[in-house]
Design a protein around this ligand. Structure first.
Ligand code: SAM
Length: 239
């Protein structure tokens, strides 16, 4: 069923369904989908439902929805990315790439050296970016995107099998990022990086503080690179 356009709807069941609102507008007025064409519907549960367009009206589309099947593109690995909120639209870039790479949850935080601050509108925007990215890459779920203060954010790692804290001033360079298995919680700092105290707090929460080499990476580079390596190590790239 890949290649078909996909849409996220809240209420979804087999049989007749009306597509309305933003998803209707995108399907009818942007993509100009017509009666008889087929698409995929998802309700963020990992299942995708084939649907055929029965009619296109002024403000809604009538669809006939078939039986749902598990989406083959869903991430197998259980990865949570926890990163400092960044200036401009760089956090949106991180959300978009993390979604494509199969991250299941994203938490943004502000820390001592943060220089950008979160708002409800920005958080809603990040969730929309996650949804759009999931559609583009063929997922039937999109990551949750939430905000928490730094310490509360790291406490969400309780229960994860791997807790990785990317620290730009970490001297320990022997931790292997590819020899891990199980649920993984990754922490990356904002443009201002971490304080010694924040690193200490991460260690008390059971994190492994890791270096990503001698060069200082931009926060967005560190997020994308670290998620990529961890996803690879967890077998996410195997078909
Ligand atoms: N303000 C910091 C400085 O000048 O040293 C740089 C922070 S860096 C832009 C943002 C985040 O990316 C860091 O807090 C860390 O999580 C991660 N990062 C960047 N380079 C890294 C490296 N070589 N090793 C480990 N983490 C790194």
């Amino acid at each position: 069923m890949s290649g078909l356009r996909r849409f996220f709807v809240k209420e979804l069941s087999v049989g007749e369904l009306e597509l309305i609102g933003e998803e209707f507008n995108h399907a009818a007025n942007v993509l100009r989908l017509k009666t008889g064409e087929r698409l995929l519907l998802c309700n963020n549960t990992g299942v995708e439902y084939p649907a055929e367009i029965v009619s296109v009206e002024k403000k809604k589309m009538r669809l006939m929805v078939g039986e749902g099947l598990p989406c083959p593109n869903e991430p197998k690995a259980d990865i949570t990315l926890c990163c400092g909120y960044l200036k401009g639209d760089k956090t949106e870039l991180i959300v978009q790439k993390a979604t494509e790479l199969g991250v299941k949850n994203i938490i943004v935080f502000d820390s001592v050296f943060s220089s950008a601050y979160v708002s409800d509108n920005k958080m809603e925007r990040l969730t929309r970016v996650a949804e759009e990215s999931a559609k583009q890459c063929g997922r039937a779920t999109y990551p949750t995107v939430t905000y928490l203060p730094f310490q509360n954010a790291l406490e969400q790692a309780n229960g994860y099998e791997n807790k990785i804290f990317a620290c730009e001033f970490e001297s320990e360079k022997n931790f292997s990022l590819t020899e891990i298995s199980g649920s993984t919680f990754i922490v990356v700092g904002s443009e201002g990086g971490f304080s010694e105290e924040e690193r200490e707090y991460a260690l008390t929460c059971g994190f492994q503080s890791v270096s990503l080499g001698n060069r200082i990476l931009r926060a967005e580079t560190a997020c994308i690179a670290l998620v990529s390596v961890v996803a690879y190590g967890l077998g996410e790239w195997k078909r």
